[in-house]
Design a protein around this ligand. Structure first.
Ligand SMILES: Nc1ncnc2c1ncn2[C@@H]1O[C@H](COP(=O)(O)OP(=O)(O)OP(=O)(O)O)[C@@H](O)[C@H]1O
Ligand SMILES: [Mg+2]
Length: 251
């Protein structure tokens, strides 16, 4: 079984340990959830997994490939994608252009190829155009394809973030609060798309504060508290756990 594994991940800012020994192993085919109080270190863990922050100790492996010394782009090339808690769309580009930027290395970016292999460049561009169209339709963003991304609603921006990742052929995706600032109808819409992607074999680890919506979606739940994992398992059992109730809900 292919998996994402971490062992003893630590990250400190001076004296303050934001991550304090995170060890976990999850199937790359699954739908996994992650909850925890504000400041528990969830987004920081995502940044370490995706290579945007360097851990001070610990190991990460993805599909048995060591990730520690790889750049974010190299990790993405292995099929590892992540979205950000605050969407990072290019506000002054259209939705379609934002998706085109998400495509992996394009031959048209190389001057040599552009000069000496223009047919190859044209073919690759046509392929990317088709893939963009497919993603726009899948995410129901086709009606706003030529609108500036900065003008989208909160939910549409979250969908665009997901679309940008889909352009890079991911095997596993980290989603940081996909439902935050999203209306209930669009929350169901986003969940449905995640389920459909999972049916095609793409796995997810999803951070969310909307526990109800998250539980309808995931197979298992990780709880983080003060930089470490407090519990992991079946969502109903985890939420009954005394330590989780105290840490997360204060009762
Ligand atoms: N650059 C930094 N320097 C110092 N401390 C930081 C820095 N970035 C984050 N932190 C601290 O690290 C801790 C973990 O933050 P993180 O954003 O990972 O939490 P989170 O679990 O994602 O919270 P939330 O649910 O609110 O998004 C917080 O206490 C935060 O203040
Ligand atoms: Mg966060």
């Amino acid at each position: 079984m292919t998996s994402l594994k971490t062992s003893g991940i630590e990250l400190s800012y001076g004296e303050f340990k934001v991550l304090d020994g995170v060890t976990m192993e999850m199937s790359l085919a699954g739908l996994h959830g992650m909850i925890g109080p504000n400041g528990a270190g969830k987004s920081t863990l995502f940044s370490v997994l995706s290579g945007f922050l360097k851990q001070t100790a610990g190991k990460i492996s993805f599909n048995d490939v060591a990730f520690e010394s790889m750049s974010p782009v190299e990790r993405a090339t292995c099929g590892f994608g992540r979205t950000f808690q605050v969407p990072r769309e290019f506000k002054h580009l259209t939705v379609r252009e934002n998706l085109m930027v998400g495509a992996r290395k394009q031959p048209g970016e190389s001057l040599i190829k552009l000069l000496f292999a223009p047919t190859e460049v044209r073919r690759a561009e046509a392929e990317i155009g088709e893939r963009v169209q497919g993603v726009l339709q899948f995410l129901k963003l086709a009606p706003v394809a030529d609108k500036l991304a900065g003008g989208l609603s909160g939910g549409q921006k979250k969908l665009l973030e997901l679309g940008r990742i889909l352009m890079s052929d991911p095997k596993f995706i980290l989603l940081d609060e996909p439902y935050a600032g999203v209306n209930p109808v669009l929350i169901e819409e986003i969940s449905q798309r995640i389920k459909e992607l999972n049916d095609t074999g793409i796995g997810f680890l999803i951070i969310e504060h909307n526990i109800e919506a998250l539980n309808r979606l995931v197979d298992d739940l990780y709880v983080m508290d003060r930089g470490a994992l407090l519990a992991h398992g079946n969502p109903e059992e985890v939420l009954e756990n005394k330590a989780v109730r105290v840490a997360y809900m204060g009762s």
